[in-house]
Design a protein. Sequence first.
Length: 135
Amino acid sequence: MKDHVALIIKQGNKILFIKRSKFKKNLPNIWAFPTGTVKEGENIEKTTKREAKEELGIEVEIDKTLVTKELPEFGDRLYFQVCTIKSGLPTIQEPQEIDEIQWKSFKNFYATYDNTQIGHGLVYLRNNPQLWHSV
């Protein structure tokens, strides 16, 4: 199983959501969290910090792992990392990865987008609101 991180970057009661690039092979134009694959020699924490820097130009502090979700249909394991920004302002650093960023509360996000517009991790959290109410 391949390990991935999903960055739940929070600021007050808002969460940073990204719209995946229309050029992505998997899930183009889908709203998601910033994500990344754990590389050889990395742990979850290092991957989280690297992806925040590469994709958004920010440094983050990891508050906690919210939940770990296995996606056997993809052969993936997803670690939801709740983070706060230590430095920088989130901006799109990799336009081939991200088309748009948006700050919303979970409640507003889920009121705006249905399951056809969001990634698997967000569908999972929508179906398990007790998880994100603690963020």
